[in-house]
Write a protein that binds this ligand. Structure first.
Ligand code: C5P
Length: 268
């Protein structure tokens, strides 16, 4: 498992965690019909209009789970908090929000449509089904690799060593960012970079390599960011950057949504 960037774990004998049910935001099957994107003009800020009014926003959140066998999986430490906070903030800013979430213990924010997925492949399919949209924010900690051949039955611990062959998962964010703006509809695309070292260097590299409009970088490890209520972000875009100092993730999310809305306006 060494190549996995986010200390992926093998979690044994754990059934999927129960999802809290929120009648105001039903979990929809990934096969729901595609909602149309309005691509409407934004209401001007400062005139009583909300920053993302009329926009369709798609957000990925949480970890993915990649089955090893029917009772074990590869996953990571993402709690989903940042993505859920962004979904809430985008909704407050007037957007129609679809939150595509891996397994988390969080209730869907009010007014947000949540689509539940488990694996990276399911997340990708659910995201593509929601295209086109106006804004795509990828906060999900997608497992970089999945088992090449998940075992159909529970693997027995008879052997002293066990080899697990992994294959790379598709990069959902890159795929969305590579959409043709003229023929396919390309959203303003925002990624996250969770790094343990050389945070800005890696983030700037991802911004360029994945062809993003913006990336929010944060340091992880040693009790930072993952599964924590607060976080600090450095936000980078082609030609600029901003610091969002350590704050509760909900406050940070509102600031990031405001920054995104400003950048969308400046580009228009
Ligand atoms: O390359 P890295 O995984 O560090 O990039 C992180 C960003 O890419 C995050 O925004 C994450 O949601 C997104 N991502 C993705 N699909 C993957 C891997 C990462 O959308 N398979």
């Amino acid at each position: 498992l060494e190549p996995l960037e986010l200390v992926d774990q093998l979690v044994r004998h754990m059934p999927p965690s129960p999802r809290p049910s929120d009648p105001s935001s039903p979990s929809l099957p990934a096969s729901m019909p595609e909602a149309s994107s309005r691509f409407g003009p934004r209401e001007p800020a400062g005139s009583g209009g909300r920053a993302l009014a009329g926009q369709k926003v798609v957000i990925t959140a949480g970890p993915t789970r990649e089955a090893i066998d029917p009772v074990r999986f590869i996953s990571n430490r993402s709690s989903g908090r940042m993505g859920y906070a962004l979904a809430e903030a985008a909704c407050e800013a007037g957007a129609e929000v679809v939150l595509i979430s891996g397994p988390t213990a969080l209730p869907a924010p009010k007014g947000v449509t949540r689509i539940d997925v488990e694996t990276a492949l399911q997340m990708r399919a659910a995201v593509l089904e929601q295209m086109p949209c106006d804004l795509f924010i990828a906060t999900a900690a997608v497992a970089d690799y999945r088992a090449a051949e998940p075992a159909p039955g529970k693997i027995k611990k008879s052997a002293d060593e066990l080899e697990l062959r992994l294959v790379k998962n598709p990069d959902i964010l890159s795929e969305v960012a590579s959409r043709d703006p003229h023929t396919e509809g390309r959203p303003f695309t925002v990624g996250f970079a969770a790094e343990t070292d050389h945070v800005l260097e890696h983030a700037r590299d991802k911004l360029v390599r994945k062809r993003l409009d913006m990336i929010a970088a944060n340091r992880v490890g040693e009790g930072l960011a993952f599964d924590q209520p607060d976080n600090a972000l450095t936000v980078l875009w082609p030609g600029g950057q901003a610091e969002l100092p350590k704050a509760d993730k909900r406050l940070l999310a509102r600031q990031l949504i405001e920054l995104i809305a400003q950048r969308i306006d400046q580009r228009a």
